[in-house]
Design a binder for this molecule. Structure first.
Ligand SMILES: *[C@@H]1O[C@H](CO)[C@@H](O)[C@H](O)[C@H]1NC(C)=O
Ligand SMILES: *[C@@H]1O[C@H](CO)[C@@H](O)[C@H](O)[C@H]1NC(C)=O
Ligand SMILES: *[C@@H]1O[C@H](CO)[C@@H](O)[C@H](O)[C@H]1NC(C)=O
Ligand SMILES: *[C@@H]1O[C@H](CO)[C@@H](O)[C@H](O)[C@H]1NC(C)=O
Length: 276
């Protein structure tokens, strides 16, 4: 049984003209290292009589037309499969949630120029290497909540000018710097609740479209802000409706730049960063 393959059940949204919400089950059978072009798709397993085996190395047009790719499976590998973008060049949404995924890197997101939503909630990700999302110029929504991320690289969103929603709640982030988001001028919603902030250096007034910021139960900084550009003051410790300037004042006063961390151990590329 040396060629026992890893089988991952994938829920994949088939974009039919009139049934945009229909999901289709697809079964991938892969060699042990999960290079996705070594996988075979057992198509439409829910309708067994029409089931056919698709060789992923030469995917049919149907596969190329898929826009959504969703996985949630405890048997998912700790390294993200390489080649998803080549297999699904029209991908707009990629969702890998509640799985053991631990390592991601820039190469995993190659050939996904159309991707707008990346949902990696509740995995085991500890590091997001430098420029991981550099090849996703259309990215508007990124959700990294529920991982073990400790650091956000300053160049993480250098090439994601469309970013509107960022969530990294329930991680272990210690330091938040405006530099990470300096090119994300369209940012509207920002959720970093439940982290371990020790240092926050962030000028929120530089992000003109920001409306929601959540720092709930993040160390001393425990806020949920609705920013109101009309300057209606209604501010409490827990919830705050205010304009950006006033909001910045609250952040500085209560989320306090506690201390600059000395030596960013997480800033250097990890030894595992090129491992497959
Ligand atoms: C997850 O994958 C395993 C093994 O690859 C498979 O047997 C199982 O049915 C899948 N579970 C779900 C919920 O998709
Ligand atoms: C991110 O995930 C959390 C937890 O599931 C959810 O509450 C939040 O709405 C999501 N945020 C975005 C921007 O998708
Ligand atoms: C902010 O939002 C408005 C309205 O949606 C839009 O016209 C404008 O371009 C946005 N600003 C930036 C910097 O993207
Ligand atoms: C922020 O994230 C937390 C944790 O995932 C979630 O419970 C909460 O609903 C989110 N808040 C907003 C406003 O999206």
């Amino acid at each position: 049984m040396s060629t026992v393959n890893l089988i991952v059940l994938i829920l994949l949204n088939l974009l039919l003209q009139s049934h945009a919400e229909d999901y289709r089950d697809i079964q991938l059978t892969c060699k042990k290292n999960f290079y996705i072009t070594d996988c075979e798709i057992l198509d439409d397993i829910s309708e067994l009589e029409t089931t056919k085996v698709v060789n992923v190395a030469a995917p049919d047009e149907k596969v190329k037309l898929e826009k959504y790719f969703r996985v949630s499976n405890k048997s998912f590998p700790i390294n993200m499969p390489i080649g998803i973008g080549e297999l699904f060049p029209n991908l707009e949404l990629l969702s890998i949630v509640l799985s053991p995924l631990k390592f991601i890197k820039r190469r995993n997101f190659a050939s996904m120029e159309k991707l707008t939503t990346l949902d990696l909630r509740y995995n085991k990700i500890e590091k997001v290497p430098s420029k991981t999302f550099y090849d996703l110029p259309k990215l508007t929504t990124l959700n990294l909540s529920g991982n073990s991320i400790k650091f956000l690289h300053l160049d993480l969103f250098l090439n994601n000018p469309e970013l509107e929603e960022f969530a990294a709640a329930k991680n272990e982030i210690k330091k938040l710097s405006f530099q990470t988001f300096q090119k994300s001028l369209k940012l509207k919603r920002f959720n970093v609740s439940f982290n371990n902030f020790q240092s926050i250096s962030f000028d929120f007034t530089k992000l003109p479209n920001l409306t929601d910021v959540v720092f709930k139960n993040s160390f001393e900084c425990n806020f949920e802000f609705k920013i109101d550009r009309n300057d209606h003051a209604d501010c409490t410790h827990e919830r705050c409706t205010h304009n950006l300037k006033r909001f910045q004042f609250w952040i500085e006063k209560y989320c306090a730049v506690v201390s600059e961390l000395t030596g960013d151990e997480d800033d250097s590329p990890g030894p595992d960063s090129e491992k497959d």
